[in-house]
Design a binder for this molecule. Sequence first.
Ligand code: PMP
Length: 359
Amino acid sequence: MRPFNFSAGPATLPVEVLEQAASEMLDWRGSGMSVMEMSHRGKEYMEIHQTALDDLRALLEIPASHRILFTQGGAIAENALIPLNLLGARQSADYVITGSWSEKSFKEAKKYCTPHVAVSTADEGFRRVPPVEQWRLSDDPAYVHVCTNETVNGVEMFETPSLGDVPLVADVSSHFLSRPMDVAKYGVMYGGAQKNAGIAGLTFVVVREDLLGRTLGICPSAFDWNLVALNNSMYNTPPTYAIYIAGLVFQWLKRQGGLPAIEARNREKAGLLYGAIDASDFYVNDVDPAARSLMNVPFRLHDETLNEAFLKGAKERGLLQLKGHKSVGGMRASIYNAMPLEGVQAVAAYLRDFERQAG
Ligand code: PMP
């Protein structure tokens, strides 16, 4: 059996996806070519590309008002590309800071405009999502930016705020496709594929069509959302292999019963793991229970001198990459869609066994 891999990203993939990619590696469906070797303008790749776009639209029920863009640069590049594509004539945008990723987005925006902090939980150690009534929006922001799942801090936004005419822009990198989301309420959703939708190299942007065309003149053409949309994500050479893998993941998700079914599984897995952490004082997760991420579960050992022993023992049991992000320390189990229930059961059992052994 393969070990269970709890990396925050690049992250574990469904074994079926890896096996299918392996079987098609040398010859994609009788074409005589690997997907890596195909021209992006050829009919074989065009079919892979369009099927991935169509499957994503169906899975997330993306309305006709929104375009899907497949691009590059990752979510960190989008931190710059969002102001470049959305500011138009405006000078400011609002940022809701609930963890280290939204904080990073805010800092990058300073290069392009005068961003305003609508609310921040930095002083409280990023442990909750403030309700929308506590957000202080500026007069006429170009958009309001949120990170709906803070990968490092394990804080997830479960309610989608209604902001009237102001577009809501969300970094959904680490919980994309983990549950249904009401795309119509978002101006933009974006993220990297390497957590829940495939491998590194592909960045997805789902953008409301009427927001296209606000791009500043200095924005590089390859990242001008309007140009990318007009060219069906083929303005420049797209990351073809990463799009192919994302397409296999979308098909796998459909076979699992789509997003409502995957959400039920994700809730069961997260419930099991938080239950094991809360069951004893040996482990701590101090995120507000209403904002605990279903995908990224950070926790600490009460006695941090045991960290090394904990990680060593985990590895011996085939539980890989449980070390927390360097900025916060401790442990983190990322339990994305592709993590089977058995993997979470194995961590929960290890938590109990390690405590017994150490205590
Ligand atoms: N935002 C979030 C929420 C993330 O989890 C990550 C990656 N850990 C990033 C942004 C940065 O993504 P990338 O490195 O692909 O640019």
